[in-house]
Design a protein around this ligand. Sequence first.
Ligand SMILES: Cc1ncc(COP(=O)(O)O)c(C=O)c1O
Length: 360
Amino acid sequence: MTNLPDKTPLHGGDVYFLARTLGVELTDLLDFSASINPLGFPPGLTVAVQEALTEIVHYPDRRSLKLRAALAAYHRLTPEEILVGNGSTELIYLVARALRPNRGLIVIPAFSEYEHALNLARVPVAFHPTRESHHFTLGDVPEPQAGDLVFLAHPASPSGVLLDPELFLTLAARIEAAGAYLLLDEAFIDFVEEASLKIYLGRFPRLMILRSFTKFFGIPGMRLGFLLGAPELIARLAEAQEPWSVNTMAQAMGRACLADREYMSRTRTLIKGEREFLFDRLAALPGLTPFTSVVNYLLVKLTRPDMTAATLRQRMLAHRIVIRDAANFRGLDERFFRLAVRSRTENERLLKALEQCSGI
Ligand SMILES: Cc1ncc(COP(=O)(O)O)c(C=O)c1O
């Protein structure tokens, strides 16, 4: 297995690198390391892109007006409360840079780009750890200081559990009282849209909610995300954003995604059923403990003392299956890995390989 990359990657989904290193085609890999809708993108996107192609002779609409209008209608907000970005990652970097916080406070484990964005903006970083007994989501509420920028994911990443709404409300009130900011990352909330905390935006002007088209609509390669917040805050951030970062095709695709309600409900039904299937089957495998989740990924703990997630990942790569070794999430260790929820045949292939690779 000497030709297999053994370093824990920073992110899931680095399939181009893996295919190159393993000397296989991209299509030979089955990727459970990035949590992307297994249905593929909504079918209407093909036509939307073809139509948008005629417009690429112009610069994109800097204000993404049509897309923001569609998002406003879908989320029952106003376009002034929405800022569109080149993936939600661009907006993480923008917020860290433009708000000039005194300190970043990250609830961990967490998506590594929060820390990287704060480092690049030369903002000191502190961490608020969560516990395994709380399924790695908020158990005790941080005490933010003036000028803090707090990062918190809802549902938690990589454990996939929802926040206790009471704890969220306590935190949001403390943020307002302290004169801090809260960036609530709801990149995966589409799978349980009814649980979104966007309903509280009007109440907490220092709350921003980050959203993504990547996961739910299956378009990581297109790069499209958005931020919800109070109009004054959104206007301030828009001022600091690079011009034309969201291209014409991405804007058209976003509108086509929002128009396809049938795809959305098919996705929610599929993911719920397959998540339950995968969870039950994983729980039945000796040496593995999955965590309950409401989204399209499952955090799993290896309970065998003689195996690490890195070893398991290596072994799975020999089957051309990619899993996310989660050891490099702050607050987790070498026993944790994360799996995407995919289609039934793909999940069955994963389970079969896992059974072989995690056995003695
Ligand atoms: C919790 C979380 N937030 C945000 C992102 C960024 O997603 P994107 O930039 O594709 O919108 C990711 C990507 O993996 C993520 O896991």
